[in-house]
Design a binder for this molecule. Structure first.
Ligand code: SF4
Length: 418
C-alpha cells in the first residue's frame, strides 16, 4: 500500500559510500528489477556454485530510509569540517555504518536505550546534531532547539516513520486514542509515542500477550486500578483507562512482523465489537480502521522471506545488526522452518565448521560447531536486514564459497546477471 503512495519517493537515488555497495548484489538486484518491474515475483535468486547453492531473497538490504540517512550524514560531515558533529543516537542499527561515522569524528549523545552518553548541557548552538532515521521525541527536539540547534537542518527521520506520526495525528483529530504496536524501548517507538501523545491519549503494546491483558480493561475483567502499575511507563500523561480505551486506533512501529500487527488489530477490533455490541458496519464508532503502518521495506523483505522459505534448504543465514528490529523479524520467520544463524558480519563465520551467531531471544552470541552439513550440495537461504550494506552480504557469500572447490566464481555470476 505504501509502495504506491510513495513510489516517487522510492525512486530517488542516494549517494552512499562505495564500500557499502557490492557489484555482485547490484548486478542481481538490477536484473531482478528489470525482469519484474511490478515487484510481483518474490522467489529467491539461485547462486549455484556447485557444491554450495545459495538462495538469495528477492528483497533485502538498504531501504529508502537508511540510504537517505547515510547520504545526509556523510554529506553533513563533508559540509561541516571543523565543527563538532553529534548523532542523537545510533543513526541506524548497523555496527559498521555507526563505526564508520564515529571514525569520521561523529559522537553519539545517547545510546539506543535513550541513556545519555554526552549531556545536552555541554552542547552549543554552533554544534551540529543529526537526528537519526528513527526520528526523535518532541522533548529532545525542544531541548536541542532551546540550545539553538536547528534540528530540522540535519534531520534524517525516515518519511515512512513520519507517515506513522501523521496517521496518529489523523486518528487523534477524530477523537480516537492511539495504541502503538511496537518495541517500547526502540528509538522509533519512543519517537512515535511522543508524537502521538502530543495529540491524543496513547499507549504502547509490545505483543499479543500484552494486547490480551490490555483488552481486559476494555471488557471490565480487570480493575482499572491495576492498569497503572501493569502498563507503567507505557501510557501518556493523564491517560484515563476508563475513558481512553473506549475509542481508539492502532498504528505500529514500521518494522514489526506484519502478521503480529494484523493479529493485534483484528483482536482489538473484535473486543470492541463484542464489548459495545457493534457490527462491521458500526465498528468505526469506536475502532479507527487503519491499515498497518509497516513500511514498504518491511513488507517487501518479510514477503521475500516467505518466498525464500518455499525452497527446501539445510540452513538460513540472516545478516544484520543485532539490535535491528526488522532483521530480528526475518530471523524469527526463518527459525520456524530451519536452523537459522543471525550474524552481523562475515567474520562471524569463523570456519567451515564453526559460526558465532546471535540468539535474539536470549540476547547473547553463541558458537555452533558443524553448522554446514557434510553432504553436498549444501543449500543455504540468505537474506539481510534493511540497515545491512550489500557489501556485507557479498562478503558472506564469498566466505561460504571459499569452503568449497568450485569452477564458478563470483565474477562469473556478476557476468551472468549483468
Ligand atoms: S525500515 Fe522502513 S521505516 Fe525504517 S528506515 Fe527503512 S524505509 Fe524507513
Amino acid at each position: 500500500m505504501y509502495l504506491c503512495a510513495c513510489y516517487s519517493i522510492i525512486m530517488k537515488k542516494f549517494t552512499v559510500p562505495g564500500n557499502y555497495r557490492s557489484p555482485l548484489i547490484a548486478a542481481i538486484k538490477n536484473k531482478r528489477k528489470q525482469d519484474d518491474k511490478m515487484k510481483k515475483d518474490f522467489s529467491p535468486t539461485l547462486l549455484d556454485f556447485g557444491a554450495v547453492q545459495i538462495y538469495l531473497a528477492r528483497h533485502f538490504g538498504f531501504c529508502y530510509g537508511v540510504e537517505n540517512a547515510i547520504d545526509i550524514a556523510f554529506r553533513t560531515i563533508e559540509e561541516n569540517q571543523g565543527k563538532r558533529i553529534f548523532l542523537l543516537s545510533e543513526m541506524i542499527h548497523n555496527p559498521q555504518v555507526n563505526a564508520d561515522l564515529q571514525l569520521k569524528g561523529v559522537q553519539f549523545l545517547q545510546n539506543t536505550r535513550g541513556e545519555q552518553i554526552i549531556p545536552f548541557e555541554t552542547l552549543s548552538k554552533d554544534d551540529v546534531v543529526i537526528i537519526p532515521a528513527f526520528g526523535t521525541t518532541l522533548v529532545i527536539q525542544e531541548k536541542l532547539n532551546a540550545i539553538g540547534i536547528a534540528t530540522e537542518k540535519y534531520n534524517t527521520t525516515c518519511p515512512f516513520v513520519e507517515k506513522v506520526w501523521n496517521r496518529s495525528e489523523q486518528i487523534a483529530k477524530k477523537a480516537y486514542s492511539v495504541i502503538v504496536h511496537g518495541k517500547p524501548m526502540h528509538e522509533e517507538t519512543r519517537a512515535t509515542f511522543s508524537h502521538a501523545a502530543f495529540s491524543s491519549p496513547t499507549i504502547v503494546v509490545n505483543d499479543m500477550e500484552e494486547t490480551i491483558q490490555l483488552s481486559k480493561y476494555i471488557t471490565g475483567e480487570k480493575s482499572p486500578l491495576e492498569f497503572y502499575s501493569e502498563f507503567k511507563g507505557r501510557y501518556s500523561e493523564g491517560f484515563d483507562v476508563e475513558r481512553d480505551l473506549q475509542r481508539f486506533g492502532v498504528v505500529n512501529q514500521t518494522t514489526m512482523l506484519a502478521s503480529d500487527t494484523q493479529s493485534i488489530a483484528d483482536y482489538l477490533k473484535q473486543i470492541m465489537i463484542q464489548t459495545y455490541s457493534l457490527t462491521e458496519a458500526t465498528v468505526e464508532e469506536r475502532f479507527a480502521e487503519t491499515r498497518d503502518t509497516l513500511c514498504y521495506a518491511t513488507n517487501d523483505n518479510q514477503t521475500a522471506v516467505y518466498g525464500l522459505l518455499q525452497t527446501a534448504a539445510d540452513l538460513a543465514i540472516v545478516v544484520g545488526g543485532y539490535n535491528s528490529s526488522n532483521t530480528s523479524h526475518l530471523v524469527e520467520l526463518c527459525e520456524e522452518k530451519l536452523p537459522t544463524y543471525f550474524i552481523n558480519s562475515e567474520d562471524k563465520i569463523i570456519s567451515s565448521g564453526c559460526i558465532e551467531h546471535f540468539n535474539f531471544h536470549t540476547k547473547e552470541e553463541i558458537i555452533t560447531e558443524s553448522f554446514l552439513p557434510v553432504s553436498t550440495p549444501v543449500k543455504i537461504l540468505l537474506t539481510s536486514g534493511a540497515s545491512c550494506p550489500d557489501a556485507m552480504v557479498e562478503g558472506v557469500i564469498a566466505k561460504l564459497v571459499s569452503f568449497y572447490t568450485s569452477t564458478i566464481t563470483i565474477d562469473k555470476i556478476i557476468e551472468e546477471f549483468s
